[in-house]
Design a protein around this ligand. Structure first.
Ligand code: BV8
Length: 232
């Protein structure tokens, strides 16, 4: 663990690898989600326009799956780090599950949306949602039927909270990249942005993601082991 006084401001980026030990599949590892499903069919606005039922089924399945699992030691370690951190703290997750908040994280932004939220295509309202979305689902705000989509940022859409994230990266003294392959932009560019702004950058991953020049340090192994060791 670095001296806390050396790191008044921290930004942490998490990806699917942090939820792997809870039982949720990652995307690009062997046997991952994108090895089984074509992302263009289920995670783009064009795919949704072509076959909304297929997209709803994909997210209904993942919503049910995420509700059935529990946060792991890595999620809990980050919640403890937030409590102990003396300076500004921001946890940015690419994950659409709610395991960070269920572990107790509060200073958290979901840049790719959330499985437990729906977006109405008619009135643009957002609502907490833990059920399947089917063709009969009704928008709680406008009463529209069949107008709800998962509140997920698909490829080609603009990720959420970018202004707040970029402001935090600009003044970060420490940047942690945890359990992400760093292949999807703009998140894949955060380490470089933080490093350029003067942050110490650390990758914490099962194995090095091969982006060594971006990081001052790389800690390898399952996040459930390495993160508690790093934090405590
Ligand atoms: C945008 C939906 C403009 C949610 C997801 C060419 C060049 C540059 C960019 C582009 C390009 N062509 C297209 C683009 C843009 C595109 C993009 O980046 N494409 C890539 C693929 C080239 N990006 C976009 O379209 C984004 N929008 O750019 O808008 C803009 C931006 C800013 C401001 C203005 C305008 C929108 C991206 C949204 C994508 N949505 N999916 C869902 O269904 O879940 S992406 C998908 O990948 C996931 O959702 C996830 O969020 C994201 C990242 O994946 P990872 O979390 O990293 O998972 P992965 O499987 O890859 O890696 C897991 C890692 O964990 C591995 O490294 C593994 O080793 C490790 N691991 C495994 N087990 C453990 C572990 N680590 C530790 N412990 C373990 N136990």
């Amino acid at each position: 663990m670095p001296q806390l006084s050396d790191a008044p401001s921290i930004v942490i980026l998490t990806g699917a690898g942090i939820s792997a030990a809870s039982g949720l599949a990652t995307f690009r590892d062997r046997g991952g989600i994108w090895a089984q499903v074509d992302y263009r069919e289920v995670a783009t606005p064009e795919g949704f326009a072509r076959n909304p039922a297929k997209v709803q089924d994909f997210y209904n399945f993942r919503r049910r799956e995420a509700l059935a699992v529990e946060p792991n030691d890595a999620h809990h370690a980050l919640a403890r780090l937030e409590l102990a951190w003396p300076g500004d703290f921001l946890l940015v997750t690419q994950n659409v599950d709610d395991l960070h908040e269920r572990a107790g994280s509060k200073k958290l932004l979901h840049m790719h949306g959330e499985l437990n939220s729906v977006l109405c295509l008619k009135c643009e309202s957002r609502h907490g949602w833990r059920e399947d979305i089917d063709a009969a689902a009704t928008c709680p705000a406008c009463g529209g039927t069949g107008t709800l989509r998962p509140d997920i940022v698909w490829f080609g859409e603009i990720p959420y909270h970018m202004d707040r994230i970029e402001t935090a990266l600009d003044k970060a003294a420490l940047f942690l990249s945890i359990g992400t392959s760093g292949t999807v932009y703009p998140a894949a560019g955060f380490a470089e942005m933080a490093r350029r702004a003067g942050a110490r950058t650390i990758e914490i991953n099962l194995e090095a993601s091969g982006r060594g020049s971006l990081f001052h340090e790389c800690i390898t192994g399952p996040a459930t082991d390495t993160l508690p060791a790093f934090v405590d």
